[in-house]
Design a protein around this ligand. Structure first.
Ligand code: ADP
Ligand code: SF4
Length: 689
């Protein structure tokens, strides 16, 4: 039963002519599915509606080929031909009683039109933001009228498809109406430039057009960035942000407010706490009688209630918490708060859009797999046999496999060498800024705790003989080796295919040693050929412990892959603030006693760093000896009654935590129906021909 303290979250909210059945609102978010994978898009949004979100939004939906995001995959509503695809999403959302919202948008000079090859246009003459060798031309009055007409048409088509809420998008410094407001962008001298009143005119017109076109049936949402966090160079909540809200206070039926850029709006847990947007957006609700929705990676119902009661927000907006747990609202409603799969704030979900691949999530392995694999985040097939499973290793892959097999009804025993479960997540969540990652372990242990058929044994390092004995003793038929990986000690990685040449004398460690608590001081070089977060958090933890640190990377940017999680600039800034020297585009040529000789990756010029220690963050090596010991001894397996030995997660191929969780989950789903590798293992979506 629902805790009465949370009743307020289940009150209906009127949004113009439509009513949301509770206060949970999935704000627009991209997912790498969009117009290319429309069935996957529909199934994924429908799952959120099923999970209790009263409003479920699309991602950005392009309204014209003159403003398109290719190769990135968003929604598309250029003409009637696109309606069938979007209609599926609206229908899937409606099937579960939620309101369907559509974020139609023109992105002005922010989009490069790489597919349509139409020249980009913007509020003023301007270079395309994304380092394309191209510029946008300044819109004429006729162009402004054209965009208004396209927007109106898209709104009418949205209404025709049954969407209940139609957006006017003016956020993130990505949307054309925001560019008009921005004095940095808007250099116009006509009635659309100059004073704030003039700069707001285009947005005001779009709001009026949209209301006129569809306001009888649809709620009009205005998504607006109140602060860009760049001071007077951009929108600031205390001055123009507030003035715009004052001017347009009653124009929309709901305000969807946030901060920008996207890396600030979707700040990771390493850089921002739950509710982090409140200090910027709280003023909006005081200036309008219309409901306000906002985000802040909300996963705690108490924090949500507090937002409502204090009048900060009327609806709890969420992108990432709804990805990590599409059933978050219904779990609160049914009193299962402890079962919420809380977002860890890692932005692996964002990386899907950035790398142009379907969405994935660290916490929710079913995300993006609703259509093509038919996975449901809360349902799983019953066991097909009474076979029992031994899982060696309680890292993310082992725990996910144990939990999911357990839910299916299989008897599962987990043996973990350490005195704690969690594997790499246990260790990494103790590094600076990563404590929220602990949720990956806590959620799974909490669920396993409820299953009588899953036992976890700590202090249980197993070798081949012990596995065989254990299997016989407990009548186990299947062994899963989830023993993870260790950081390489020779520096082998992307750049070095052979061990880095070295003299004795230099103290060389790996990220594992630092995480194990080995204390080192003096000048330490961290060599990062991994390029995700680890090099930077290891550097940060060494500085926190009093060392002087230089971070060397062969890439052009420190932690270069974190551009995909929107963290790169935040990481670089933090390392700078901590006094960490960064040497980019250099590899290690050799290591002498107290000296590290670096070589520029292009010019081959050398430089020398005097240091006491070198910490390597390069490749990881699977801990797979147990797997091979077992797999190579068919007779012993037979004798012990073991039918299968499988390695999963990092023990097979080291990757992200998300990949380990996914592999553990897929293993559990396919346990009694192993994938046929001669067939495509999921449903595909073909382009109509
Ligand atoms: P993954 O990401 O694939 O889940 P991790 O490295 O996070 O991998 O976790 C692997 C876990 O397996 C660690 O907790 C480690 O202590 C445990 N482990 C490794 N070898 C053994 C073994 N022989 N017996 C029991 N546990 C083991
Ligand atoms: Fe949250 Fe990470 Fe999942 Fe995104 S990928 S929803 S940030 S847990």
């Amino acid at each position: 039963m629902r805790d009465p303290r949370y009743d307020i979250l289940f009150e209906p909210v009127k949004i113009g002519p439509v009513t949301a059945h509770n206060r949970f609102y999935q704000v627009p978010h991209c997912n790498g599915l969009g117009h290319v994978y429309p069935k996957a898009e529909a199934a994924m949004r429908g799952m959120k509606a099923q999970g209790g979100w009263a409003v479920v939004s699309t991602q950005e939906v392009e309204i014209h080929p003159g403003s398109e995001w290719s190769p990135h995959i968003e929604g598309r509503l250029w003409d009637e031909g696109d309606m069938k695809r979007l209609q599926m999403t609206a229908d899937a959302i409606h099937e579960h009683g939620a309101l369907a919202a559509i974020e139609i948008t023109h992105n002005g000079h922010a989009s490069a039109n790489l597919y349509s090859r139409l020249p980009a246009m913007g509020v003023s003459e301007m270079m395309i933001d994304s380092y394309q060798p191209a510029q946008a031309y300044a819109m004429s009055k006729r162009d402004i009228a054209d965009v208004r007409r396209w927007h109106r048409k898209a709104a009418l088509r949205s209404k025709q498809m049954g969407f209940d809420i139609v957006y006017v998008y003016a956020a993130h410094d990505l949307a054309l109406p925001f560019h008009f407001i921005s004095p940095q962008r808007n250099q116009r001298t006509d009635e659309y430039g100059g004073s704030l009143e003039n700069r707001v005119r285009f947005l005001q017109e779009l709001l009026e057009d949209t209301r006129d076109a569809v306001g009888d049936a649809c709620g009009i949402a205005l998504r607006f960035t109140v602060d860009q966090l760049i001071g007077e160079r951009g929108m600031v909540a205390e001055n123009e942000g507030r003035e715009v809200v004052e001017m347009l206070a009653e124009y929309p039926d709901i305000w969807d407010v946030n901060i920008s850029d996207w890396s600030n709006d979707s700040a990771t847990s390493r850089f921002a706490e739950e509710g982090f947007q409140e200090k910027y957006t709280a003023f909006v609700n005081k200036l309008t009688t219309k409901p306000v929705v906002g985000v802040g990676r909300f996963t705690s119902p108490d924090a949500m209630v507090s937002q409502i009661k204090r009048g900060v927000l009327d609806m709890i907006g969420a992108a990432r918490p709804s990805i990590a747990d599409p059933f978050l609202p219904s779990k609160i409603e049914s009193g299962q708060v402890k079962d919420i799969r809380e977002c860890i704030g890692c932005n692996i979900c964002v990386s899907g859009d950035m790398i142009i691949a379907p969405i994935r999530c660290t916490q929710n392995p079913t995300m993006g797999e609703e259509f093509r694999r038919g996975w449901h985040p809360e349902k799983i097939e019953k066991a097909a046999s009474s076979d029992a499973v031994l899982i060696v290793g309680a890292g993310p892959s082992g725990l996910e496999a144990a939990m999911s097999l357990g839910r299916r009804g299989y008897n599962v025993t987990v043996a973990e060498a350490n005195d704690h479960a969690g594997g790499r997540v246990h260790c990494e969540s103790q590094l600076p800024g990563l404590s929220a990652w602990r949720r990956v372990v806590d959620y799974r242990l909490g669920q396993i705790d409820k299953l009588d058929n899953v036992q976890v044994f700590l202090h249980s390092a197993l070798n081949k003989q012990q596995v065989l004995e254990f299997a016989k003793q407990l009548n186990i038929q299947h062994v899963v080796v989830a023993t993870g990986s260790k950081w390489d000690r020779d520096g082998i990685g992307r750049v070095h295919r052979q061990p880095i040449p070295r003299d004795k004398g230099m103290h060389i460690l790996t990220a594992d040693d630092v995480m194990a608590g080995l204390r080192i001081s003096g000048h330490i070089v961290v060599y990062d050929d991994d390029h995700y977060y680890m090099g930077s958090v290891i550097a940060e933890s060494l500085v926190n412990a009093g060392a002087k640190v230089t971070l060397v990377t062969p890439a052009a940017d420190v932690s270069v892959w974190t551009h995909n999680t929107l963290e790169q600039i935040h990481i670089e800034k933090r390392l700078g603030d901590l006094g960490i020297s960064i040497v980019e585009k250099h590899k290690i040529q050799r290591v002498n006693n107290k000296q590290i000789i670096l070589e520029h990756v292009v010019s081959a010029k050398n430089q020398t760093i005097n240091a006491q220690h070198l910490v390597l963050v390069t490749a990881r090596r699977p801990v797979s000896s147990l797997y091979f010991d077992l797999d190579n001894d068919a007779d012993s397996l037979d004798h012990a009654g073991i039918k299968s030995v499988t390695r999963i997660g990092d023990c097979l191929a080291p990757s992200t935590i998300a990949a380990a969780v996914y592999h553990g989950h897929r293993f559990a789903r396919e346990f009694d129906q192993p994938m046929n590798i001669d067939q495509v293992p999921f449903k595909r979506e073909y382009v109509e021909i």
